[in-house]
Ligand binder design. Structure first.
Ligand code: PHE
Length: 452
């Protein structure tokens, strides 16, 4: 099937390829590393409940909006707004998205580097015979270091860059197709071991039974940030990918399948982690190190755990890679199209500058831990700025743009592929985009800053 984009730009070749690439962007460290530790810090079940509601009511419509904007404008996240709203300042959304991409890439590569390090530790059987405390000590020693965390971070960025060099069709699409399903399967296997550990029931209760006394503005705000981060929405990653989607593909179906896959993986990660956390008597609110504390211990208790551990961290690194590619692509598409730079030059410029900031992120767990901003280290500050400020703000502006700036007829035209497809629930979609989403995001946002 030839679905190359009308503007002659590089694009995805098949529907399955598109879904894999978009799911590859969405599924990443956000699901397996960030979701469990956020849920752990925010009361478990209460967090999950709001997370699911937000994915359904805000996440899916915003992802769809991004696809519509990207495919309509046929450009990077900055250029697309200049095409769709000429002479207006809406391109600011694009600029914000590009800044957000830098911020996310900087701290994302820190954690992705940790996963590479854990491949190597798994191969070297570093956890053999360790108690839970021992495993925590291995993590502490490693992530507070200087040389190794930086080396792994650089290596991860290098691999990302090499794939982005290759371009959309050859690079991005190819790798996603096979690997995401394998990751899901492996998570199921790990989850089965986790829930069969003695004492694991408390973990399932923690994750699935909301403790209503835990619900507050902080929890809802964290769930909002996590949902946007996990779906890769709010900064134009899906606008950029949307611009590569062929005119014959059904945007609405992609924008429901991808969040569904993303949410299944996050929930599976929760089921793999929390039962084990409770079975081993660990703390669910251990922060960014949670999965690195818990999972090696689960692997020690599994037959074949040595290989499962290696395979798991390889797949996690690949999941991180397919997400990092989409983040980098936001900046690369922008530099290529707006400054007429080559793909190679754009990729090098973007990655080197993100890595520069990224070094500070990585070292903020160790030698630079005194560089605190409020009660956050530099890594935490970057994560906060991106997930809790830039993505929700970007998402807010994106729905306002789609709902109030673009014409409803134009939106419908794009959704129906020029009248070919039947568009179901169009009015409901428009109502959410025009009213529910902007109001909900604003309320959650303002509430958390303590203004309301
Ligand atoms: N969604 C990715 C993850 O879950 C991270 C990401 C955020 C990617 C924003 C692109 C844009 O790991």
């Amino acid at each position: 099937m030839n679905t190359s984009t009308p503007s002659g730009r590089d694009g995805f070749s098949t529907k399955f390829g598109i879904i894999c690439a978009a799911a590859g962007s969405a599924i990443g460290l956000g699901n397996i590393w960030r979701f469990p530790y956020m849920a752990g810090e925010h009361g478990g079940g209460a967090f999950l409940m709001f997370y699911l509601i937000i994915i359904l009511v805000l996440g899916i419509p915003i992802m769809l909006s991004e696809f519509i904007i990207g495919r309509r404008g046929q450009k990077n996240t900055f250029g697309t707004f200049r095409i769709l709203a000429p002479g207006k300042a809406w391109w600011i959304i694009g600029v914000m998205g590009i800044v957000a991409a830098f911020v996310i890439l900087a701290f994302y590569t820190t954690i992705a580097g940790w996963t590479l390090a854990y491949i190597s530790k798994s191969v070297g059987n570093a956890f053999q015979g360790s108690s839970p405390e021992g495993i925590s000590m291995i993590f502490d020693e490693f992530h507070k270091g200087t040389f190794w965390p930086l080396l792994w971070q650089f290596l991860f960025m290098l691999i990302t860059v090499l794939i982005v060099f290759a371009g959309v069709k050859k690079g991005i699409e190819k790798y996603n197709k096979v690997l995401m399903p394998v990751l899901a399967l492996l998570l199921v296997i790990i989850a089965i071991r986790s829930v069969t550990l003695p004492g694991s029931g408390a973990g399932l209760r923690f994750l699935f039974f909301p403790d209503f006394s835990q619900i507050n503005a902080r929890v809802i705000y964290a769930a909002l940030g996590q949902a946007f981060f996990s779906l890769s929405v709010g900064m134009g990653a899906m606008i950029t990918y949307g611009s590569y989607i062929g005119k014959k593909n059904n945007l609405a179906s992609i924008a429901t399948q991808v969040p569904l896959a993303d949410t299944v993986i996050a929930t599976l990660a929760g089921v793999a982690i929390f039962p084990a956390v409770f079975a081993f008597g660990l703390n669910p609110d251990a922060g960014p190190g949670l999965v690195f504390h818990v999972l090696p211990q689960v692997f020690l208790q599994m037959p074949g755990g040595y290989f499962i551990s290696i395979l798991f961290f390889i797949l996690l690194a690949i999941a991180a890679l397919t997400s990092a590619i989409s983040i980098l692509e936001v900046v690369v598409a922008f530099l290529m199209e707006e400054f007429k730079l080559s793909r190679v030059k754009s990729t090098i410029m973007a990655s080197v500058s993100a890595l520069f900031v990224g070094v500070f992120s990585t070292l903020s767990f160790g030698v630079l831990s005194h560089l605190a901003i409020g009660n956050l280290n530099f890594f935490g500050f970057l994560d906060f700025t991106a997930s809790k400020v830039m993505l929700p703000l970007g998402g807010l502006l994106i729905v306002i743009f789609l709902g109030w700036v673009m014409k409803a007829s134009e939106v419908k035209d794009e959704l129906s592929n020029g009248g070919v497809l039947k568009v179901r629930l169009f009015n409901a979609f428009l109502f959410i985009i025009r009213f529910i989403a902007p109001v909900a995001i604003s309320i959650i946002f303002l509430n958390s800053v303590g203004i309301l």
